[in-house]
Ligand binder design. Structure first.
Ligand SMILES: [Zn+2]
Length: 236
């Protein structure tokens, strides 16, 4: 048996480090991009909240309400109560970054209204992925302490649970890309931004999308590590 081997400094740990570095780079890139474009006042002078209100009206997003939520980068659309939640830096700011983020959240509301399939899949996966990511590591750790075939089965079940969380991260990608694509189309369509501001808005949304790509890549690397450690081995 491998005992505690494989949980700390085995060679495959490099995959976890690579994943963490990718996430750090993506997150510092998005923070830097936000900082820059929060300083750029939009020509329309619309705040994030006003942008969202305008899109909600223009696209007939019935029942969607725009709200203020505290925190930094906490912006999200909640399909269960149809609330569009905009953070401190977005709600009352008339910057290019605020408009891009507000429009992105409207993109999710439009997906919801249109019954966009990846969004529905993502919604269905939330409880499964939460359960999977909570239980995966305890199962693997307990499995390691059991010197028998059932220990190995427990580890494999733990890896399966972990892969549900990875699947969630993968389904998130088309949902996020599509919301940003819709956002850019909408703000151009409604004349909220001009040609130059479109380029800046795209930069903000691309930077945000990269954090999801980094998150998914890091999750895949962790899954790969688990498979390398335990996948091909069977208990004697
Ligand atoms: Zn989003």
């Amino acid at each position: 048996m491998f005992g505690m081997y494989g949980l700390y400094w085995d060679p495959t740990y490099i995959l976890v480090i690579i994943g963490a570095v990718i996430c750090m780079i993506a997150s510092s890139h998005v923070n830097r991009t936000y900082r820059i474009y929060q300083q750029v006042r939009s020509n329309s002078g619309l705040t994030g909240a006003q942008t969202a209100e305008r899109i909600v009206r223009a696209y007939g997003l019935n029942g969607v309400t725009v709200r203020h939520v505290s925190g930094n980068l906490t912006d999200h659309y909640n399909p269960s109560d149809k609330t569009l939640n905009l953070s401190d830096a977005v709600y009352a700011s008339a910057s290019v970054a605020a408009i891009a983020v507000a429009a992105h959240e409207c993109g999710h509301a439009i997906q919801h209204q249109k019954g966009y399939v990846p969004l529905r899949m993502r919604g269905a996966l939330v409880p499964v992925a939460n359960f999977g990511s909570t239980i995966a590591w305890p199962m693997i750790l307990i499995g390691l302490f059991i010197n028998s075939r059932s220990g190995m089965l427990l580890i494999q079940a733990g890896i399966l649970c972990f892969s549900l969380a990875v699947l969630f991260q993968l389904v998130t990608l088309p949902v996020e890309f599509d919301a940003s694509r819709r956002a850019l189309h909408v703000i151009e369509d409604l004349g909220i931004v001009g040609h130059e501001e479109m380029k800046l808005s795209r930069k903000v949304l691309v930077a945000a999308a990269l954090t999801y790509v980094a998150g998914a890549a890091s999750a895949i690397l962790q899954l790969l590590r688990l498979i390398l450690l335990f996948g091909g081995r069977d208990d004697d």
